[in-house]
Design a protein around this ligand. Sequence first.
Ligand SMILES: Cc1cc2nc3c(=O)[nH]c(=O)nc-3n(C[C@H](O)[C@H](O)[C@H](O)COP(=O)(O)OP(=O)(O)OC[C@H]3O[C@@H](n4cnc5c(N)ncnc54)[C@H](O)[C@@H]3O)c2cc1C
Ligand code: SF4
Length: 864
Amino acid sequence: MRNDVVHGPGRVVVVGAGMVAHRFAEQLCARDGDWTLTVVGDEPHRPYDRVHLSDVFTGRTAEDLVLAPEVWDDPRVTLVTGDRAVRLDRSAQTVTTASGRVLAYDHLVLATGSWAWVPRAEGTDLPGVLRYRTLEDVEALRAWVTERARTLGRPLRGTVVGGGVLGLEAAAALSTLGVAPTVVEFADRLMAVQLDAGGGEALRVLVTGLGVDVRTSTAATRVVGAADGAVGALELSDGEVLDTDVVVYSTGVRPRDRLARESGLPVAERGGVVVGPTCRTADPAVWAIGEVASHDGECVGLVAPGNAMADVVVNRLFGGCRLYERSPDGTKLKGVGVDAAAFGDVLGLTPGALEVTFADPVARTYRKLVVSDDARVLLGGVLVGDIELYAQLRPLLGRPLGADPSAYLAPTGGAGPVRSDLPDDVVLCSCANVSVGAVRAAVTEHGCRSVGDVKASTRAGTVCGSCVPLLTTVVNSTLETSGFTVSTAMCEHFATSRAELYALVRAEGLRTFTEVVARHGRGRGCAVCRPVVASILSSLGIGHVLQPDQASLQDTNDHLLANLQKDGTYSVVPRMPGGEVTPEKLLVLAQVAQEFGLFTRVTGAQRIGMFGARQDQLPAIWRRLVDAGFESGQAYGKSLRAVKTCVGQAWCRFGVQDSSSMAVRLELRYRGLRAPHKFKVGVSGCARECAEARGKDVGVIATEKGWNVYVGGNGGFTPRHAELLAEDLDDDRLVQVVDRFLALYIRSADRLQRTAPWVAAFPGGVAELRRVVVEDSRGLGAELDAEVERHVAGYVDEWRATLEDPGKLRAFIPYVNAPDRSDPDLSYVPERGQARPARPGERGHPDLLSARAAGATTLQEDAP
Ligand SMILES: Cc1cc2nc3c(=O)[nH]c(=O)nc-3n(C[C@H](O)[C@H](O)[C@H](O)COP(=O)(O)OP(=O)(O)OC[C@H]3O[C@@H](n4cnc5c(N)ncnc54)[C@H](O)[C@@H]3O)c2cc1C
Ligand code: SF4
């Protein structure tokens, strides 16, 4: 055996050609000296990005997933694929493969990863029972679904056993393949290992909203065969039998430690090759890294620790003294269509830990930070529904938070403190183990001038991608302080800002995401750019939000043209311009609410909202409303919500203008106008301001001479009064000024930027905005007018258009073969003559109607 490592480790053999082996090869290739490397893998592919396996269902090919292949061109490196190592002879220092190769080594690195474990149960060997770990697995899934749908001649139902991160990814893959998925989870919540109870419940609501049927606190006990011998049903421990045409097991992984075990190397009780902090096994010539290595009795199923181990071994092979230390990690759900992430001490088990929680059932977000007893040090966090803070917070684990925890928990659009002043030693990208200091050095010392450059140079942000927002902040602030120009690129797929892309799409008349990305972007887009493109196309009046090429780009609420509620049902909010409603229309609302048992209330935006509609009921409810002359109130969209008003001159003795008529005019003009964020308008009939117009994005207040218009106001966590833009305008001029303001905002705001920060950041401030919008100093007026006119002329009610198109209506069927089936998890209790969702511990009725009826009985009985 060679112990002289000063000039290099000699012959290195790696068994397993997965993600961690690739990292090892990259690190080794960066070293000079006396060495050769042979990597032997049993999969037929070069090492690929397993983390993004699900992307093959949204268009990426196996070739696209291959990890930086240049490393295999190094003349010192040999990659063997499609051949399994079957025997390790430690005394001879050789590895023998299934094809008969005998590889002699000076150092052997075991990087054999894990295999997807399927519990022993009857029927798990039936055709149609699959796993989700390799490219072969996903190809087998695709082939099975295609073939089975052809054989059965109907849409398929599928079940994923396991509601963890990978199970949810598999469920999303089934959906993409057109299979209606059910997820069965033994624990009482989804992502049980990572989330707390509140986060798990929030995630269930979001996932259910995507059409995934979720069963928790129950286990799969038996797979039942169909008449032709393939999978036909799945029996659960609670006695239920789910009809199913495909079952995907995602019940955890087990380390592939057989080679080590058979060669006499110690393996841990729960599996995995035992290593110490040097990643060496009991045999000094044999190392183990990645998922197969058991350190401190634990194998870790993530890339980051595996990569850290690869780095340790390379360092040690060259005489270094680096030690592997498990750094606190986080988990982020991806590729599912909803966001969830967790890190650190999620359950607040650290002595004295404090939990600060913010749950917003309307925005469907749940955020929790766990901090030390003096609220200074960040110990952990759970983010569901909106995880923008994840990238920023995870690297601060165990460090001072730098602000009041509640400041971070403001809802979307609120100002979470953004920190670019992180210490150099903070690990920014845990997957590739890149520190903030290394990112800064990439800019200041290695000539990187954009996020893309830094990614290529350091590999930060190239694995799970969750650190990219923080990476962007650090790169941009370093560029700025070093005197370089900061890139305005929206994300890695588009080098343009949202405003620049808007201008390009508009000028070139592009009509689909595919066209936009082909002309101005690259790749297949991401969670940042896809909704932005959808919003730009909608703002420009191109197509219906649910048309096939746009539906997949939309945010979740837009998918069903309704707002998801905390119990997984939806609200129905028809437009009611000026807050006015005729008695005839009011009757229809009452009938619909009664018939479907909906909870009815007047909303804060002066309209009537009905709550508790199931996904499959939405079209029937809207059919009745549309027939009665109602249209979508777009309470779900990033668009005009409502124009709030007072009764004004028509009824009020103080009113100096007809505020109601103006509000109706404005609402009918801007209804359906999509923008970077939602926007609200208010119109008051005099300076008493009963409509609270200055708290709106656009506030109009009557004067003796006409109207004053204010812009950039909002309520919420960071309330802001709107600022005066123009005074004493007549009706038509007011409309023109508001048109131009909105058109300019839509053109030039950043993604998800509300008018308040946009106005605040407008170069030259409100004074310059006034010059551009009111005085037309840049000569843009006619263009901006035309943009709004085109919107007004092209407006169609989204719900009416949906009802007229059977293709779009299909999105509302949650269970393919049982459209009338209600959700067994729903439960209601009567309250004040209506029905509301039952709270934990409350015994409820299975549907709104029976709960409401029970409430009516109680009220009658209680009556004197
Ligand atoms: C769908 C999916 C999503 C994931 N998402 C994330 C994520 O978001 N973040 C994250 O950190 N992790 C994620 N993971 C986990 C991540 O992929 C693994 O942690 C990582 O791949 C482990 O790398 P590894 O090299 O140790 O093992 P592997 O990538 O499993 O590679 C081991 C390789 O060795 C081969 N092999 C085994 N035995 C032999 C033998 N005897 N001879 C030859 N070859 C052999 C195997 O076939 C395999 O190709 C995800 C995994 C999956 C399946
Ligand atoms: S704002 Fe003026 S006009 Fe409108 S209701 Fe109040 S007092 Fe009357």
